[in-house]
Design a protein around this ligand. Structure first.
Ligand code: WTA
Length: 649
């Protein structure tokens, strides 16, 4: 197997949940986990049928699974309304006056929506969408700050059968254009702005810019978060509150087919064009519902907080759909973790008595760097369970999280999954799984995970290989929107009938899965996926750039940083100023997370004789300053020597 997926970690510390935790947890022992896992793999229809039955179906399915690789249909013939399951269901099960969302704005205000209030808001906004002519299967792009209206907008789309595509508020106008034109959206829901690090993110202004290029949007609905006067285009732009005042707050949720499309979410792949991952209704909801119930062990008196943005899949599955389907109370926070300082998250935990806390390793590393005085001076005793997602967590960060935030008593669920998988796939169950810092441990129910070598043989313990899922699962992606070929080529081409995740991994002797990282040209920057090809194509769009190669390098906080090698056109002079301009250019084309940390100008890039850029060499060079691997296919050796000199400067 290639050397980049070998792993040399050996971690011997083992942490078991306390007796007290296990006693009250849904899954209390490894024996129970094993029994249920076995059933879920051998009789997926029985297992998932039981899970799905806990939800509300307007018409029951006739067949749990229809699998014609690589296309799955779950709960065939069943009809449900996803929004009804997340909201209406709780009006009659004793949760009507329970807080659904406790929101805190970055400037400090807070707002609570009970399930009854959430229901009213969602119904009213569903009527707004209907009044604007939105029909089932129409695509609606959502570009919002972290305010309850973002969740309300998603749920209202689901309620009327429209397909939402949420774009992270940190992405640029050009990123919006790409996504709008790929999914051919009819309407956009946005806000006049959102607060972030004390400033205002000009969301509506970015939408305006995007709509100069993509003209097929008839309606822009603007939530007034900031209240400043902003340009509104007559006949196209309307304010959310004005339209809401014109429609009733009653709406009866109609059922849609279990395989009705629910959302498209764009994510990076190895080519420049982001992939529109398509998720559907019944299976996705069952998967997110069930993982919340077992992995976050959600109980009726929990206060759950996931710090992700709704613009990422974590925000879809573990803010909007999974938690609300479980009827839990959740905290939602608008702003930055370090505003006004690094104590903000811990203030929120203390203030609302958060019991379950789910965040990213990159945030944990930033907290470690900021200093222990921030968590030490807050009361975090309400916490009972911690989670991480987005990238492998380094054992040091795991230990700090365990001790400083969890007070040594909270189990940590390190959850491995992807935009494509829809829900958590590999994770400890907090009441039973022995955890080790750095491993996501064992497959969830219904997940038949394995590590295979190039020939399709299963790897021995501690041998690196490719992570695959051998059987379909309810929340799996159904396709790449509008591109079935790319769907098949990307995920189903390596081994017959099996899903390839694109991650390298190994198992240890106890069967724990250790994820090593991506095998393709995808970086993981602060837990966010970024294709090197996307950054490269942004760079070559700039008038001075002839060619570029982008690689990742280990980064203390972000996990991976972005390094760009750039060859400029003939008579262009390189300078610090040009490097800065290029960085800003990438920020403008994609978004701030994609800005290269470093840019190196070079007269040429290392290539194979057939002209392929050898990114592997560049990666090694930026990580170690040397190139040790096989370079026999390199066309011109002097390029490497020049680059080495350049990097030392
Ligand atoms: C990585 C985020 C190790 C992995 C939910 C995966 C992880 C990619 C973990 C998906 C984890 C996510 N341990 N690696 N616990 N969680 N990853 O689509 O490389 O934004 O393929 O979904 O993040 O990123 P995505």
């Amino acid at each position: 197997m290639s050397d980049n997926i070998e792993s040399h970690l050996s971690e011997n510390r083992i942490f078991k949940p306390s007796k007290e935790f296990s006693k009250n947890a849904r899954i209390k022992s490894m024996a129970q986990y094993k029994r249920m896992h076995k059933e879920s793999i051998e009789k997926p229809g029985v297992f998932w049928g039981r899970e799905a039955k806990e939800l509300t179906w307007q018409k029951k399915w006739t067949k749990a699974l229809d699998w014609k690789a690589p296309y799955a249909k779950w709960f065939v013939g069943g009809k449900l309304n996803v929004c009804e399951n997340c909201v209406d269901r709780h009006l009659t099960n004793g949760r009507a006056n329970k807080a659904a969302i406790i929101w805190e704005g970055e400037p400090g205000e807070s707002r609570t929506l009970t399930y009854r209030q959430l229901h009213r808001e969602v119904c009213q906004f569903a009527n707004v969408l209907l009044a604007q002519g939105i029909k089932p299967k129409d695509r609606v792009l959502i570009y919002m700050p972290m305010v309850p209206e973002a969740v309300i907008a998603m749920l209202a789309c689901a309620r009327i059968g429209a397909v939402h595509s949420v774009v992270f508020g940190g992405f640029s106008a050009e990123s919006i254009v790409d996504r709008l034109s790929d999914c051919k959206a009819k309407a956009v829901i946005t806000a006049d702005g959102g607060y972030r690090r004390g400033g205002v993110v000009p969301l509506k202004a970015n939408v305006d810019e995007a709509l100069k290029k993509y003209k097929a949007v008839d309606t822009v609905i603007v939530h007034q978060r900031i209240g400043d006067k902003i340009p509104m285009k007559r006949g196209r732009d309307v304010y959310w509150h004005d339209e809401a005042a014109r429609v009733p707050a009653k709406h009866v949720a109609k059922a849609f087919d279990s395989e009705h499309p629910l959302f498209i979410l764009y994510t990076s792949g190895s080519t420049g064009k982001p992939k529109g991952i398509l998720h559907t209704s019944g299976g996705y909801l069952t998967g997110t519902y069930s993982t919340c119930k077992y992995i976050f062990d959600m109980q009726d008196d929990d206060v759950y907080w996931c710090t992700a943005d709704v613009g990422w899949v974590t925000g879809h599955s573990y803010i909007t759909y999974g938690p609300l389907a479980n009827g839990v109370t959740q905290v939602m926070y608008e702003g930055a973790p370090n505003h006004p300082d690094f104590g903000r998250f811990w203030d929120i935990v203390e203030k609302y008595g958060v019991t379950i806390f789910y965040t990213a390793p990159t945030a944990i590393r930033a907290f470690i760097k900021a200093g222990d005085q921030f968590p030490d001076s807050r009361d975090l005793s309400s916490l009972r369970l911690l989670g991480t997602v987005g990238e492998p967590i380094n054992p040091e960060a795991w230990m700090w999280y365990h001790e400083k935030i969890g007070g040594g008593r909270c189990p940590i669920v390190d959850t491995w999954w992807q935009t494509e998988t829809g829900a958590i796939m590999i994770s400890p169950l907090p009441g039973c799984t022995p955890t080790k810092p750095g491993t996501a441990t064992l497959p969830f129910f219904g997940v038949d995970a394995a590590i295979l070598d190039e020939t399709g043989e299963e790897c021995a313990p501690n041998e690196g290989g490719k992570l695959v899922i051998r059987k379909p699962w309810p929340s799996m992606l159904r396709s790449i929107y509008g591109d079935k070929k790319r769907y098949r080529d990307t995920y189903w081409n390596d081994y017959k009938g099996m899903y390839t995740a694109g991650d390298g991994a190994r198992t240890d002797r106890q069967g724990n899965f250790w994820i090593v990282g991506r095998l393709d040209d995808v970086l993981n920057v602060s837990g966010h996926r970024l294709g090197t090809a996307e950054v490269e194509s942004a760079l070559v769009e700039h008038k001075t750039v002839a060619e570029s190669a982008v690689v990742g390098r280990p980064h203390e906080i972000k996990g991976q940083g972005v390094v760009a090698f750039v060859t400029v056109k003939g008579n262009v002079k390189t300078s610090e100023a040009l490097a800065k301009e290029l960085r800003n250019h990438v920020g403008k084309v994609i978004g701030a997370i994609a800005k290269p940390d470093e840019i190196y100008f070079t007269p040429s890039l290392p290539k194979t004789r057939s002209g392929k850029i050898m990114r592997r060499l560049l990666k090694e060079l930026v990580a170690t300053g040397e190139v040790s691997g096989n370079i026999t296919t390199l066309e011109d050796y002097s390029v490497i020597a020049d680059l080495q000199k350049n990097l030392k400067k």
